[in-house]
Design a protein. Sequence first.
Lengths: 353, 143
Amino acid sequence: MTRSWLSEERDAYVLGLARVAFATLLLLLTLKLAGELQRGPYFGDVFHMPLLPESWVPSRQVYGALLACQGLGCVLALVGVVARPALLVAALCGLYGFFCDRLQYHNNRYELLLLTLLVSLSPCDRSFSLFAGPRPGTAPRWAARLVGAQLAVVYLASSLGKSFDADWRSGAVLLPRFALGVPYVEQYLGSGFAALLSAPWFAHAAAVAAISSELFLALGLWFPRTRALCLWLGLMFHAGIEVSARVELFSYTMLSGYLVFVTPELRERSVSWNARSKAGQTLGRLCSRFDFLARFRHEQVDGQASLLVARDRAGVPHRGLSAWRELARATPLLFPLWLPLSIVTWRERRETS
Amino acid sequence: MIAFFGLELGGIAWGQRTPDHVLGFQMFNETSRLTIHLFREVKQKRKRVLVPIPDGHWRAPDANGRRRDYAWQDRVHYYPLNVLNKSVHARYGLAGQLFHLQAALDDAVRHLPEDRATLALVAKVDTLQNGAPGRVELRADKP
């Protein structure tokens, strides 16, 4: 199994999108750090706590040069010029600066740097380049597996840390957090929901759900049968975190990492739209434009009875809500609709299978 | 790659045992708050007394008897430790922030060579760890 992981060669198109995503996120972090350096004192000149020996902490000028190098690496990776070495250098500069002060430690920043490093080792330079066309074909995929493993490590460490903590398990950590939201909930949803948020049993149930979700995300992404459900749960999980807490780029980092779990092969599904209908023409164009992951062959068919017909990987045609479900499953912007549509079309799906 | 994940997993294991869980990927590990009350320990009438520093600023004589201005925030820019007498969120847990605060006190007294009056810096910290109140006192003596 290990040998097949190491020697496996698949299409590398989607990894180009991962490169663009991570280069963008690291560039945003770099700009933030550069802004902090410009506005305030340099961390090395005031109270700081290096993880490296103190003598390794660079001077203000050298740190500024490192940030410039990091930013340049991100820009080059973003546009696809010497993309992999540029991304690797950017990640290494970032990690070096990161280890110079533990006070600046943030889980999301550490995770972003590690994932960027691993993405730079994958064949992520074959697509999404500004100055060159895509290079179709297969390439070794072991580094993409490591990106997936890195995601799993984070979910696993977080869930195990919480499950070994009695305060977390009991809900004592979540209850004061929920208390902050009680006035808003009372105002907009009523006193019944506010009472629910103040109940210790609800905080305990939420804690168990959070720990289980992280554990499920760590393991479920690896199995084809649970992958889509896991990706959907992860999307909702991170959307929830994004609106309820300030976590910098954490949600975007983790969601970008999900790209490595996308099936590498391209256009194995198809969608055809009714070319005679105005809606079919417009939706067909939009659908083609937002198919970033190249999942579908797009067709406009004259005289097609239904607005949309989607064919899955096995070539089975789906119409009506089932077609929209198939479209949502493989289109990132529509993916939040996939589970609700799957539930609504559950009976139909069972009959088809 | 074995080295990469070996180092990372080692970092996670180490992070579980450090007070601030650095490298440990412990997200939302606590809902805790702290309020730092900072004091200078000085000699008055042969007795050691604590003088509060509510905003972090104080004046003290140097070796030549000239009074000079000092500020906690001159060295400590790190949030939440730069905020005094106000309840703030203890990110990554209370133990982590108390660990950082002790290091900040040690750092601050090392950078007060001209201040001849201050003998030590003392922080009395009101804590709220996952809803449970407490009080901690930390100090750093001038070398």
